[in-house]
Write a protein of this length. Structure first.
Ligand code: ZN
Length: 238
């Protein structure tokens, strides 16, 4: 159905296409991930300026023809997040956040919560370079899992429901497991368990710190959950 679409969007990727065009991978609140072409971007004095770059949050007007590829007809900057480009750590955090969203959600898979989560993460990395910690990256992934409906079970054994002696984590079972059910699990310490619970419950800006060993276990729990339930394999966060 040809027509115009006015929407906010975050640029996940931006690739050169031919001499003067760009293909953008965008994430939008109501249409999820979509692709658009911006024509004439590399000519001097283009109407798009330098704003069709990764991590920009934009107000766009897109034209949808007969294909799945939209055409950008206008673009205004809502937030360019210039400061996150000044530090390797924040740039890396932003790249991983956009990559995770891009892999976890398909085209036109609308997730308003994911859009706001990604916008919050980029704003946080832009405002506070020190926020680009391993804990922050893991908390972001955990919240993505929650939004995608794959949040690990943390309150009771995912196999038998036992609430005590939760000593392991099983991606296959989908959460923590007790000492009687730990055959297919790896050891998950109390501090790693506490981190997972807190990271899901707290806003991104208030994610608690945890010792490296606990973060490594938390990361493994998130990676195994993604692999088992979403068939997605993400790069390690550090
Ligand atoms: Zn059990």
């Amino acid at each position: 159905m040809p027509g115009s679409l006015k929407t906010e969007a975050i640029v996940l990727r931006s690739m050169r296409y031919g001499e003067t065009d760009r293909i953008l991978h965008l994430f939008t609140p109501d249409r999820g991930r979509l692709s658009a072409i911006a024509k004439g971007v590399r000519r001097a004095k283009t109407r798009f300026g330098g704003r069709l770059e990764p991590y920009f949050r934009l107000q766009l007007v897109l034209y949808q023809g007969r294909s799945d590829l939209f055409t950008v007809t206008s673009a205004e900057t809502l937030d360019g997040h210039p400061r996150l480009r000044e530090h390797g750590g924040t740039l890396d955090g932003a790249a991983r956040a956009c990559d995770a969203v891009s892999r976890l959600f398909d085209d036109h898979d609308a997730h308003r919560g994911v859009y706001h989560l990604l916008a919050n993460e980029l704003a946080l990395l832009d405002a506070r370079p020190a926020a680009a910690t391993r804990g922050n990256a893991l908390a972001f992934r955990l919240k993505l899992l929650l939004a995608a409906g794959f949040a690990p079970q943390l309150a009771a054994c995912a196999e038998c429901g036992e609430r005590e002696h939760l000593v392991g984590f099983s991606g296959a079972a989908g959460g923590v497991v007790c000492s009687a059910c730990e055959a297919s699990a790896f050891a998950l310490g109390q501090d790693a368990h506490d981190f997972l619970v807190a990271a899901l419950a707290q806003p991104l800006a208030e994610v608690p710190d945890a010792p490296p060993r606990a973060l490594a276990q938390a990361e493994r729990a998130i990676l195994e959950t993604l692999e088992h339930h979403a068939n997605v394999r993400l790069r390690p966060v550090a």
